[in-house]
Design a protein around this ligand. Structure first.
Ligand SMILES: C[S@@+](CC[C@H](N)C(=O)[O-])C[C@H]1O[C@@H](n2cnc3c(N)ncnc32)[C@H](O)[C@@H]1O
Length: 213
């Protein structure tokens, strides 16, 4: 049982090119679809905006962002080759038309110029980033002044997984994450507790506004 929990945890942190990775990816796709949809709703994407998702996994968030019809470009970065495969399959047409651009890369080293992104978002990802201050500094660099970073998850389900022992590699300290966002220079950092109107499931959105000195 412990082995299964550890294997699932490792594949949530970075889905591997194996049958276990495929299983975890299918599970995330089913369970987290509503979180990706809600995150994109919170982005309130306006005409011509450039959007970035960090840790896109299966690619549903990128799909929702691209299909608002408003974003001029949707970028995605993820460290997992399996995630790239899933997103490339789902977003075949959007990638072919250059509406969506994917990078196999870490949040610590985002291959984008400074101040290019209007809104960045991540779902169920920040607690796997190895160095949160470096990641937040890098996000601040690529987001335009006044642009936003949205961090969406269902804290209860993460803490439940953590208590069951399957999530030991995750740093699920939400308050420390929010403090780090402030420390590196984000403004108006706050958390909102919400319920999805479609599924009636709970989730939380941490919002932060980029400010460059
Ligand atoms: C639990 S999955 C979440 C996937 C999807 N957003 C969802 O909610 O179903 C975490 C994702 O974050 C990615 N990830 C982990 N560490 C990362 C890093 N340092 N930089 C970019 N992506 C990362 C993983 O590869 C994985 O696809």
């Amino acid at each position: 049982m412990n082995y299964i929990r550890k294997t699932v945890g490792a594949n949530l942190a970075s889905p591997q090119l194996s049958w276990k990775g495929h299983l975890v990816m299918q599970m995330m796709k089913r369970k987290n679809d509503y979180l990706e949809r809600c995150a994109v709703n919170h982005c309130k994407i306006s005409e011509g905006e450039k959007i970035l998702e960090i840790g896109f996994g299966h690619g549903l968030g990128l799909h929702y962002a691209a299909n608002t019809g408003k974003a001029s470009k949707v970028y995605g970065i993820d460290i997992s080759q399996l995630a790239l495969q899933y997103a490339e399959e789902l977003l075949y047409a959007e990638i072919a038309s250059s509406k969506v651009v994917l990078f196999e890369s870490s949040v610590h080293n985002i291959p984008l110029n400074s101040s290019t992104i209007d809104t960045a978002f991540s779902v169920n990802s920040f607690y796997f980033w190895p160095h949160i201050p470096q990641a937040c500094t890098e996000l601040l660099r690529v987001i335009k002044p006044g642009g936003r970073l949205l961090t969406v998850q269902n804290i209860d389900s993460i803490l439940k997984r953590r208590r069951s022992g399957g999530f030991n590699q995750a740093n699920v300290d939400f308050l420390a994450y929010m403090q780090t966002l402030e420390d590196v220079g984000f403004l108006d950092v706050h958390i909102t507790y919400l319920t999805d109107e479609v599924t009636h499931k709970p989730y939380q959105c941490i919002s932060a506004t980029a400010h460059h000195t």
